[in-house]
Design a protein around this ligand. Structure first.
Ligand code: ADP
Ligand code: ZN
Length: 584
């Protein structure tokens, strides 16, 4: 405790020296410039009181008013900005600005100050303080000019990229949206398995928008002193706001925003709660469209505190899934760009053999191959090297990792998912199946998504039955194709859903004439005897639904085969491709 106090004092001292000197430097270098808000700048422009403006692609621009005063303001970096200036008879100069340089130097000085502290603390060998500094330095904006990550650095993930591309315009030109009174999204949640490129995407968003990127991890906040997490969050946002526009990235948000389990269980996550509250407060504290976007990432969306998902918070949720064979091929190509591949290397084949590999694992595979080739001083990376690397990458993987999935498993999953999709399409012309995939999603085994329009307030009995049959479609397809003895455990969550829906239908919604209008939730909560055959009835109905589901699939077996075949080959199908198969 004693050394800790000393360290803290030292920290405060050095940081304040660094701060003071950097403020001084900033003042000095920009003293002849008066900072004015962009709105005021526009007013000056309209009035014709601006003499000249020095254009650059920096965050700030400087210029001179007709009365001789120099000013500095936010650079809108819009396309026709120069023309706008020229039309208002403003002299336009193009070049760098010294003030920005000064700012850069002061920033470096600040960093240096922090570096010195980190060094001293290292000497002091105080572990806790070391950890604190590590998080703090991570808070600083990462590299803002060279080596910018762009969306071209992300292969596959097309849907996620599309959604994020929209945000680039929001960040770049918030004033454009201001004019229409549009509220910009504040938080985006990227969810999906580890190594699928969530960090990469967030970085690309900052890169494409040409704004600073701040990254922290939720897990950095868990073991900190009381109240420290919250103050770090506030500091992070303060820094980001000083930059004007930026992307703030919070990895592993689930370690902050776990579902709270009742008010009386503290389970050591009080600090997490406090940090989370600070985050939510900061996010709702954005005044208008400031061009700051918070991107959070998690491997598990189901455990997140609902408070995080409410409107105005992380209300945009984007799934970042494991790549299918085509996406794997593009990722492999991307990561072999700078590598001398031998002619015998067939990346398409490698893509086929790397089912369930994440982007990170594929990158790792190519890197290992390159290292093996380099160690042997071979001229090129050959298929042999890649095969060796394949096993290196797989070693140390947990057994349950199904990277080397068998063809049988692939077939079973393909038919199972095809079953769900086909039942959905056949039960109503209006149902949309937007995606079928045999790559597991965060939600379960294979991937399958269906939209049942129209979006209505109430569900009819028919809708519920449709949903039950869609859920049973997976198991039904397995039984039809592979036989009664070869059905799998893959349907367990489907059966859970189907049972729940059936039980609610007859026990809560009074939709079965035999059971009547009685609501069993009430019966149970009043401890009344419930041996009335609710369970029997549920079982009976489920069986009937199952038989009807099998009938649908048997009648359309040709389509079931077609969908499954294409799934085995391509691993995932979009809506268009599904509809094309069914139109045949
Ligand atoms: P996550 O944040 O989802 O855990 P990362 O973004 O940290 O994953 O990915 C780690 C690395 O894996 C990246 O730096 C990149 O080299 C590689 N990678 C992952 N996904 C992709 C992708 N879609 N395209 C290209 N490279 C990828
Ligand atoms: Zn299923």
């Amino acid at each position: 405790m004693k050394t800790n106090g000393k360290v803290k004092l030292l920290l405060v001292l050095v940081v304040s020296i660094a701060l003071i000197s950097s403020i001084y430097l900033y003042k000095y270098s920009s003293r002849q410039y008066k900072e004015i808000p962009y709105k005021i700048f526009l007013a000056h422009l309209e009035r014709g009181s601006i003499e000249e403006v020095e254009l650059s692609d920096k965050a700030k621009l400087i210029g001179k008013l007709k009365n001789g005063e120099s000013f500095i303001t936010d650079n809108p970096r819009t396309e026709n900005f120069k023309e706008q200036l020229l039309l208002h008879n403003v002299k336009v100069k193009e070049g760098e600005t010294n003030a920005i340089l000064g700012q850069g130097i002061s920033f470096i000085l600040l960093l240096a100050g922090i570096g010195v502290v980190a060094f001293m603390i290292n000497k002091n060998n105080s572990k806790q303080a070391e950890k604190e500094m590590a998080t703090m330095s991570k808070m600083d904006a990462e590299d803002s000019s060279s080596d910018r990550t762009t969306f071209d650095d992300v292969a596959g993930n097309e849907e996620a990229k599309e959604s994020l591309k929209e945000l680039v315009d929001f960040i770049k030109y918030p004033e454009k949206y201001d004019r229409y009174g549009a509220r910009l999204p504040r938080g985006v949640l990227l969810y999906g398995p580890p190594g699928t490129g969530k960090t990469l995407l967030a970085r690309a968003l900052a890169g494409e928008s040409k704004v600073p990127f701040y990254a922290v991890s939720g897990s950095d906040f868990i073991q900190v002193y009381a109240g420290l997490g919250a103050s770090r969050i506030r500091e992070l946002f303060k820094k980001a706001k000083e930059d004007g526009k930026s992307v703030i990235f919070i990895d592993e948000i689930d370690s902050l925003g776990k579902k709270r389990k009742g008010s009386n269980s503290h389970s050591g996550s009080e600090e997490g709660d406090r940090t989370l509250n600070a985050l939510l407060t900061e996010m709702s504290g954005f005044k208008g469209n400031e061009g700051i976007i918070v991107v959070a990432a998690t491997n598990r969306v189901d455990t997140l505190d609902e408070a995080l998902l409410r409107p105005g918070r992380f209300d945009r949720q984007i799934e970042v899934g494991l790549p299918d064979v085509n996406a794997r091929y593009s990722i492999l190509r991307l990561h072999s760009k700078n590598k001398p591949l031998s002619k015998d290397v067939d990346l398409k084949k490698v893509a086929l053999e790397t089912v369930y590999f994440s982007g990170a694992k594929l990158e790792n595979l190519m890197n290992e191959s390159a290292m093996i080739a380099a160690r042997k001083r071979d001229k090129h990376i050959t298929m042999d090297h890649i095969n060796k690397a394949y096993y290196t990458v797989l070693v140390g993987e947990e057994k349950k990792d199904r990277s080397s999935i068998s063809m049988e498993d692939k077939e079973i999953t393909a038919y199972h998912e095809a079953g769900h999709a086909l039942v959905a399409k056949k039960l109503s012309k209006l149902n949309r199946v937007t995606k079928v995939s045999i790559i597991p999603s965060t939600k379960g085994m294979g991937g399958f998504s269906v939209n049942i329009p129209p979006d209505r307030m109430y569900q009819t009995k028919k809708d519920i039955i449709t949903n039950i049959k869609i859920a049973l479609g997976g198991r039904a397809a397995e039984e039809i194709i592979f036989g009664k003895d070869n059905i799998t455990t893959g349907a367990s969550s489907d059966l859970q859903k189907a049972t729940e829906m059936t039980l609610s239908m007859i026990g809560s919604y009074g939709m079965d004439e035999e059971v009547g209008l009685i609501n069993y939730d009430v019966v149970l909560s009043n401890n009344l005897n419930t041996d009335i055959s609710l369970m029997e009835r549920t079982k009976e109905m489920l069986e009937r639904f199952y038989i009807e589901t099998k009938e649908i699939l048997n009648k359309n077996k040709r389509y079931l085969d077609d969908i499954a075949d294409v799934l085995i080959e391509k691993e995932s199908l979009n809506e268009e491709e599904i509809n094309k198969i069914l139109a045949n």
